[in-house]
Design a protein around this ligand. Sequence first.
Ligand code: SAH
Length: 270
Amino acid sequence: MHLRETELALGLIDNTIVILVAMKPEAMPIVEALGMELGGRLHPCYPIEHYSSVKRPHIHLVINGVCPRFGVDNVASQPATIAAFLCIERLHPSILLNAGTAGGFQSAGSSIGDVYLSYPKVYFHDRRIPIPGFQEFGLGSYPCPDVRPIAKALGVKTGSVSTGNSLSSITEDLEIMKGYEGRAKDMEAAAIAWVAEQHHVPFFAIKAITDLVDTDKPVQEAFLENLATASAQLALKTVEVVEYLESHGIPALDGTERMEPKCEAIDPRI
Ligand code: SAH
């Protein structure tokens, strides 16, 4: 056994990887590729599903689940925030990953099926609060670990991921994304990044492009047409990311030591 494998076997290295996915069609190819099985829900009030595998007990996959009222996948920032919190509280990840699909930009050289790792940052493009301090808070700009070596090894791209609560875009959103060179437009990553930041858990997103935001084709048409092929590509690269992390370890945030979460001033009356 190599030193790293020995250390892993002895439990000296923290290597719990949790992959959070919004939609079932995005998640199932990953579940199958990793040979995972449904364990149950993470909380009785939410349809958030937990998958794991006996062979690789340090890897977990969590799906936001289906909305009981509308019968569709629980996409966008609220379900992602709750799911991220439960992932961290219940599964104690060494790293939290968000795998999913996203809109790309033809003007930045993106094509359908391209896979991006979020770097350097993840932003919100639809929290427009033009008041000093709140403006920056709205954008979020959550930093990701330096995943460029992983992207290079896997032959995928890096770019900032930009999150909002709409599939369609308005001009203002597009201008904001241009300001920080957003390369993948989704509906969950920044919400998850915010939770991960509160808990000092490293986070990055893996996004496969289903549609191009800056072409004439309506994004919803392209999304539905390309969801299956982009999800297959997403699964392939997510498994490779997991294998890379298993052999190289968990990357820390740029230039910072990993911090232990500090829980201060919890109200003793609750
Ligand atoms: N019309 C779809 C709705 C899914 S919402 C359906 O019928 O199933 C789109 C999902 O894919 C979100 O989870 C989001 O993160 C991602 N996504 C893909 N392309 C996107 C884009 N152009 N803008 C925002 N999110 C996008």
